[in-house]
Design a protein around this ligand. Structure first.
Ligand SMILES: [Zn+2]
Length: 711
């Protein structure tokens, strides 16, 4: 997953702000670390100086400054030129950018009540600020003037693309609406921004509060000693001495569900997860999301779209909801068949164990692990000793990047961080030149959003003279003091995934921030990250990093073979939970503006039951009520993008395999034609230029083991 500093349709990091009514804000005192550009290498954030109370004044002053800059551009008496309009807008908002990028990173990964309050206060103001830019008729008139003369202005290819993107972003944001509709839009955007923040805060609180607390250690049977110690520590941290606590991950299923032998514990954990924010009262998100869905439908109608999905998809690679539905429809038949096979296998295993109950979702991961063990004689714990986090990072993730792209890494302990768990590395290009910085924040904390993501503290731009400063965040279980972090293969995959985003950010070589690096459509942005996951199991890469943490011995051949087989195991479930989440997302955003406010439970049940998949046993990866991606994280009508980009990345990896695999030649080509290009081209042509054809779903079904060649 990737997270952008802000979530607006424009996705323009530099064009995020502009709050005209803030023009009265006083200049920032020089003591505020955001007042001047950071003097650290790569303008890295001054986490050694920043206090929680520095953000709000800097954000407000940043909006005021950008609003003034935008007013100057809009009111200029000179005729519009690319330089005095587009480049000027790209240069605007420096204070706001550097503050917001830092704030977003810390708010998502290390929040506290002060930062929560800043988000609550500033979120709607940012939304209004952005509106004041996009809905400024004089600004739009200048852009429209330039856009109409695009081919006669002597622009280079990147500038033409930037002009197109600006024009489309303004239109998507409402620049062509009547004054009446613009007022309606401003109101809708403000209300949506508030509700999205409310949703996020309810979810964080509800997820924390719904952790499973166990008083009897016997109920944790099946967990290994380290997990039990971690559960005990987690309980102690919440002053629940003598108990054990299993914090919830953001997904429906929890990683411990595979090993917990006590069925009642599993059911309790599942129900805690499934109802985490459906407990009634103030923390319940159902009314919030039903309202968000309704307001989004109204917003789409203002633009003349039949629903919010159509509005959102207009500038994506897929382009229409119909294209997404037909893509999902290509997956369903093979997937449904696979789910039925898996369910039958699992039910047999349950019956064979002497039990008489019917398979429920809280049984699936546990018994699937049993089936896998019986069939492959494999469980995750066998491989964990070979996946020590730092070794995986340096000898796996970095090694693959070095082999493909020639880049090298050096730990920087002198760069300040927002939490002692965060590690910083400097990245050097193949010729030894400085490429950027990357921060890794891998361990779970209660004040961190769930899941894993990448974003920038500083975006790359030749215009601004900035090199990328990126970060990867995840939620791996933190080992006890002094113990090594032995992670699951899922976690290993997450590291490769987020690092794929990081490479997309680090290899950016654009002039203009608006199309730099990962500033691409959602159904393209997961392509580099998911592509990078493939290297985790690639023979030379795996051999290099999968070494026993005590002995240094390589992973035995038979275990490697089992790990690879296990990767295509249980795909009916694993793909199924993503496909049904994607469908839920599309359905919520296919409501028309005239649809009444939905009963969330009824809506969800009907959306899931019509798919033709075993959704009773294979619940969606995120339920509507805790689907952060779609309610407050910029993936509304966009969750399908993970699957769409899987088609792109599997097809691309198949190309690599046909062309010699892990080589500098292949890596350099991919970097040149995809990873370094940001949004300088449309996505279809970019893919075709690399591959010579359109993407094909075949390799995806093969990698998932769904094409009949199942082991
Ligand atoms: Zn991603």
């Amino acid at each position: 997953m990737i997270r952008r500093p802000w979530l607006y349709a424009a996705t323009a990091a530099t064009c995020l702000a502009g709050w005209s009514t803030a023009a009265t804000a006083a200049p920032l005192p020089a003591s505020n670390p955001f007042a001047a550009e950071s003097t650290l290498p790569y303008h890295a954030p001054r986490f050694d100086l920043i206090k929680d109370t520095d953000y709000q004044p800097a954000l407000e002053q940043g909006m005021a400054e950008q609003a003034e800059e935008m007013e100057r551009i809009a009111n200029s008496s000179e005729p519009a030129t690319f330089e005095n309009t587009i480049s000027a807008m790209e240069r605007s908002g420096r204070l706001l950018d550097r503050t917001l990028e830092t704030f977003s990173g810390v708010y998502s990964a290390n929040t506290n009540p002060v930062l929560d309050k800043v988000q609550e206060v500033v979120g709607p103001k940012l939304s209004a600020h952005e509106d004041s830019i996009f809905l400024n008729p004089k600004l739009f008139a200048r852009i429209q003037y330039l856009h109409a003369r695009k081919d006669t202005l002597g622009l280079n290819a990147e500038q033409k693309q930037v002009l197109d993107v600006y024009y489309q972003n303004f239109v998507q944001a409402g620049a062509q609406l009547s004054d009446d509709d613009k007022a309606k839009l401003r109101d809708l955007n403000t209300r949506l921004s508030k509700l999205e923040t409310v949703f996020q805060q309810k979810l964080l609180a509800g997820t924390k509060a719904s952790a499973l607390v166990v008083s009897d250690k016997a109920r944790l049977a099946g967990l290994d000693a380290a997990a039990i110690t971690a559960a005990q520590t987690a309980a102690t941290e919440r002053k629940l001495d003598g108990k054990w606590l299993l914090p919830l991950q953001n997904t429906t299923q929890q990683p411990t569900m595979e090993t917990l032998t006590d069925r009642e514990t599993r059911q309790a954990l599942f129900e805690q997860s499934w109802t985490r924010v459906e407990k009634g009262g103030d923390g319940d998100t159902r009314d919030t999301i039903a309202t968000i869905a309704q307001l989004r439908a109204q917003k789409a109608a203002l633009f003349g779209y039949k629903n919010y999905a159509a509005y959102v998809l207009a500038d994506q690679m897929a382009k229409t909801p119909e294209a997404v539905h037909s893509f999902i429809a290509q997956i369903v038949p093979a997937l449904a068949a696979e789910q039925k096979r898996e369910a039958a296998d699992i039910q047999k295993t349950i019956t064979k164990s002497g039990a008489s109950f019917e398979l429920k979702p809280w049984d699936w991961p546990y018994y699937a692990a049993q089936v896998r063990k019986a069939r492959l004689n494999f469980d995750e714990n066998q491989v964990k000793p070979y996946f020590e986090l730092n070794t995986v990072l340096q000898d796996g993730v970095f090694f693959a990047a070095n082999s493909l792209y020639g880049v090298t890494f050096k730990r920087r302990t002198d760069i300040p961080t927002y939490n002692p768990d965060v590690m910083v590395f400097e990245v050097f290009d193949k010729d030894g030149s400085e490429l950027g910085l990357i921060y890794f924040d891998y361990f779970q904390r209660d004040n961190k959003n769930g899941g894993a993501w990448m974003s920038n503290f500083v975006g790359q731009s030749a215009l601004l003279g900035t090199k990328p400063v990126v970060y990867n965040v995840a939620n791996f279980t933190k080992p006890a003091q002094g113990e090594p972090a032995l992670i699951s293969f899922d976690d290993v995959t997450t590291m490769f995934h987020e690092f794929g985003h990081a490479l997309h950010g680090l290899f950016a070589k654009q002039t203009y921030p608006i199309i730099s690096g990962t500033s691409v459509a959602r159904d393209f942005v997961e392509f580099p990250s998911q592509f990078n996951e493939h290297w985790a199991l690639n023979a030379p890469v795996l051999a290099h990093y999968a070494r026993h943490y005590k002995t240094g011995a390589p992973m035995p051949e038979n275990l490697v073979a089992l790990l690879k087989k296990a990767a295509t195991f249980n795909q009916g479930y694993r793909l199924g939970e993503v496909v049904s989440a994607a469908e839920l997302d599309m359905d919520w955003h296919s409501l028309g503006a005239d649809a009444p406010k939905q009963d969330v439970d009824v809506f969800e049940k009907s959306a899931l039951s019509k798919m033709g998949l075993e959704t009773d046993m294979v619940p969606p990866r995120y339920r509507s009520s805790y689907f952060l991606h779609i309610w407050s994280n910029g993936y509304s009508a966009g969750y399908y993008a993970y699957l769409w980009t899987e088609m792109l990345d599997d097809d691309t990896f198949a190309w690599f395999e046909k062309n010699g695999g892990l080589t500098r030649k292949n890596g350099d080509r991919f970097r040149d034609m995809i990873l370094s290009r940001g949004h300088t081209q449309d996505y279809g042509p970019m893919f075709r230029a690399f591959y010579g054809k359109d993407p094909d779903i075949g390799p995806m079904l093969t990698f998932r083991g769904l094409n009949g060649s199942k082991n």
